[in-house]
Every structure is written in C-alpha cells, then in structure tokens.
Design a protein around this ligand. Structure first.
Ligand code: GLY
Ligand code: MN
Ligand code: MN
Length: 453
C-alpha cells in the first residue's frame, strides 16, 4: 500500500508511490537515448494584483515526479550511467516562506520521498545546469512553454557550443521531449485507469445530484455550486475545467461558462462538468435534459438522435480503429437523422464531404483524457491515424446546437423557429480494453426515460 501523505497546504494531498514514478522515469530514460531531459514544473499564476490562482502542476512534470510544488525542475540524465540520473531542483525549506504558503518538501524531502538521487535549491539551477548537461548528445526541452527555465537551458547549450572546439563535445541539438513522453502518457497504466474511474465516479454522482435538484427558476450558478460542492466533498481537488451549466439557448455556445442565467420552464439544460482528483486525473461528462422534466417533441427528437449517435460511436470504440473512425460513426448517424427531420437536405455522404452540417455540429466527437482534460498524445502520425489500443482513454461527445449564430450553408434549409435554442451534447469517458471498451462514466444516466420525471 502506498503511504498517503497529506500536505499542510490546503486542498493538496498526494498518494506518493515512489516505485510507480521511478518506473515511468526509467521508461522515459530508455527512450531518451543519449539526450538529457530538462522538465520544469509549473509556476504560480497571478489571478489579479498579488492574488494567485490555486497551484496547478505541469502534467508532464507530475507524471515523472509526483512532486506538487511550483518552480521545481527535474533533470533526467541518461548519459550519466554512473552519476545521478534523476536530479530535482526545488524550493528549499525556509520557515519564513513556509509560514505564508505552507510546508515545502525541500531538498531533503525531494530525495527521501520522491526518489531524486540528489536535490538542489532551485536558485542553483543556472550555476549547476551546464555541468549536468555535459556529455549529453542532445537536450530534451520543450521550448516556448517555460519562460523562466528556457534562457538557462539555451545559455548552457550556447556555452557548450562555444567551448566545443576545445572541449571536443557539445549537445548536437535541442529535441522535443513531448513525443516520447506523450506516447507514454497516452497509454494509461492500470493504476491510472483506477484513478480515472474514481474521477468519473465522483463526476457522475455530481451529474445525478444536479438532475435531481433542477427546477425552473433556479440559477445556473446554483447548480454549478451544487456540482462543485460535491466534487470537493467527495475528495476531488475541484472542477477539472470551468463547469458549463447552460440553460436553453446558452447551450448553443460551446464554451458557455458565465452560468449567470435563470433556468426557464420548457428549456433544456446542458451540464458539462467533471472533477479533478488531488493527483490530477479528470472526469469529463456532459448531460442534457429538460428543466421541467418533460421533453418537447423537438427536444426529444434531437435528444434521441444525439443519444443514438453517441451509443453507436461508443460501440465503435475498440482496439485497432482510430478516433477518426469513432467521430465518423457519430457524424454519419447525426447527418442521417438530421435528413430525416428535415434540418438537412441532400445526400448524407455529400453533406459530410462538404461539411454542410457544421452549422449544427461544429466540433469533433472526442479527445484523449488523462492528467489533462484534453490529454496529450497524437491523433495522427503523418498520414496514419493512431489506432486505439487497450489503456487509451477518450471522450465520446457528439452534440447538436440549433441556433442562428452560424449561417446556413448554401442549399440547406433555413431553420424553423421551433428548433432554435436547442443545444444538446452527451459525453462519456471511455477506456479502450482488449475486448472493446469500458464506459467509465456509466453511472451518469442518459436514457431518454431517465432524463424525464
Ligand atoms: N469539457 C471540455 C470538453 O468536453 O472537451
Ligand atoms: Mn470533453
Ligand atoms: Mn466536457
């Protein structure tokens, strides 16, 4: 059993399983060849004046270290078989700072609890980095993301290049660590799947609570509060992304996060909300249902169509197919259904080819899910779509959004008033298994009957 260590900093706790992180680093080190990796942690981000947002660790850094403090830097050094291969630079213990912002692990804790072979104060990175990079064939560092660390890496490399005629060695180039690291992150370990199940379980409970509570006259934000209260009470860190609680036509705005309207009798409500666990695994669920408990004819027709598209797309998830295939499966069902309802005219294949459905369905059907909500990992490698494999996790989230915000494509019918203001999305989180799939969010009901009361 891993030890559960609670940090005194409020809302931050971590299950530190040193062995798991050590195995990940070993896999990454093997892939680096002779390149030394510099992987920075996130920094605190200002909200306004001198107030900061709650700290959110960088997911790559977290994946390799499990260390939840700002401004740290991890070095992975495969070119030093005899020396330290995992070095951390961290904020050192300092009573004067900790009395304001909470306990730090410091250099001692970084070694004892996080498996660093040696740890140094963060202030010493500039001075020590050149020595650690000496002898590496390349430097694996993500440019453009880490403003405080990038100049130090470039300067260390530039100095190596300046000295190369005499020293006889310098790194040959800067390489991106992301393709290697994100290939690892894309295939979830069994323990990661457990954590995603937990995030999905809490997220699904929140959706069930919200649907039970909803009534005309409530504020969107009241429901947001109920959902996010459950996340926190159930042990999550909070919402994984800004919760969307969108009554009526607000649901046709894909990233509606104002949540500032009053719910109207006769409208649908779309809720897109999921929690993030203390170790950053996320749920991402959308449900849409009538605020007064009964669908109108038009609402029901569109709900059943989106549900059919989503169920067919989920059934399409299995090893060997691509995320593109899952998207195309949903799209085919949606377009054929819209033709039957008269919201589109023509031939399904031609409509899909021309994109003449995009005024009603303007996003893709899903994304990878993991430590990031829109998780890392390629969807295509050159010409080839990435094939689904057991351990990959993706969302399946088709929708329809009927409003007059976008122009109706030439040749397609004008939208009758009775359809307008209906926005529906149904989103589940699905793990690919050897036999097909596991719907991690099945506890959030979605049948037409369950959406009514
Ligand atoms: N909640 C973000 C998304 O569904 O992609
Ligand atoms: Mn999503
Ligand atoms: Mn979502």
């Amino acid at each position: 059993m891993p030890a559960i260590l609670t940090f005194p900093r409020p809302s931050v706790s971590a299950v530190i399983d040193k062995q798991r992180y050590a195995e990940r680093r070993q896999r990454f080190l093997e892939q680096l060849g002779g390149a030394a990796a510099v992987i920075p942690a996130a920094s605190l981000v200002t909200h306004h004046a001198d107030c900061e947002w709650p700290f959110r660790q960088d997911s790559d850094f977290w994946y390799l270290t499990g260390f939840d403090e700002p401004d740290a830097v991890a070095l992975l050094l495969p070119h030093r078989p005899e020396g330290e291969r995992f070095v951390l630079f961290v904020h050192p213990r300092e009573a004067g700072a900790e009395v304001w912002t909470g306990r730090r692990w410091g250099c001692e804790g970084a070694v004892e609890h996080f498996g660093a072979q040696i740890a140094h104060p963060r202030d010493e990175l500039e001075e020590r980095l050149p020595e650690y990079l000496k002898g590496a064939e390349g430097i694996a560092f993500r440019v453009g993301r880490h403003a405080a660390v990038e100049p130090l890496v470039l300067r260390a490399w530039a100095d190596q290049l300046d000295r190369a005629p005499r020293s006889g060695a310098a790194a040959l180039g800067l390489v991106a660590p992301c393709p290697l690291l994100h290939r690892l992150r894309l295939r979830k370990e069994p323990q990661e799947l457990e954590r995603l199940r937990e995030a999905c379980r809490i997220s699904a409970e929140a959706h069930e609570l919200a649907r039970a509570a909803v009534a005309p006259g409530m504020g969107e934000r009241q429901l947001q509060a109920l959902i996010e209260q459950h996340f926190l009470a159930a042990g999550a860190r909070g919402p994984a992304y800004s919760s969307i609680v969108a009554g009526g036509d607000n649901a046709c705005v894909l990233h509606y996060i104002a949540n500032s309207d009053v719910l109207q009798d006769g409208d649908l409500l779309l809720i897109d909300a999921g929690c993030s666990l203390p170790d950053y695994y996320n749920g991402d669920i959308t449900r849409s249902f009538p605020i007064n408990g009964r669908f109108t004819g038009e609402q029901r027709a569109l709900y059943e169509l989106v549900l059919a598209a989503q169920e067919r797309a989920i059934e399409a998830v299995r090893p060997g197919v691509s995320a593109e295939h899952v998207h195309q499966t949903a799209l085919q069902v949606l377009v054929e259904g819209l033709l039957e309802l008269g919201l589109l005219v023509g031939e399904a294949d031609a409509i899909i080819e021309q994109g003449a459905y995009r005024h009603l369905y303007m996003h893709r059907t899903g994304h990878w899910l993991g430590l990031d909500v829109h998780d890392v990992g390629a969807y295509r490698l050159g010409e080839h779509p990435v094939e689904l494999e057991p351990g990959m996790v993706l969302t399946v989230e088709p929708g329809l959004y009927v409003s007059d915000r976008l122009p109706v494509p030439e040749g397609q019918p004008a939208i009758e008033e009775c359809w307008k203001g209906i926005g529906i999305r149904i989103e589940d989180d699905v793990a690919v298994t050897a036999m097909g799939r596991e719907v991690l969010t099945a506890a959030a009901l979605k049948s037409t009957a369950a959406m009514e009361r």
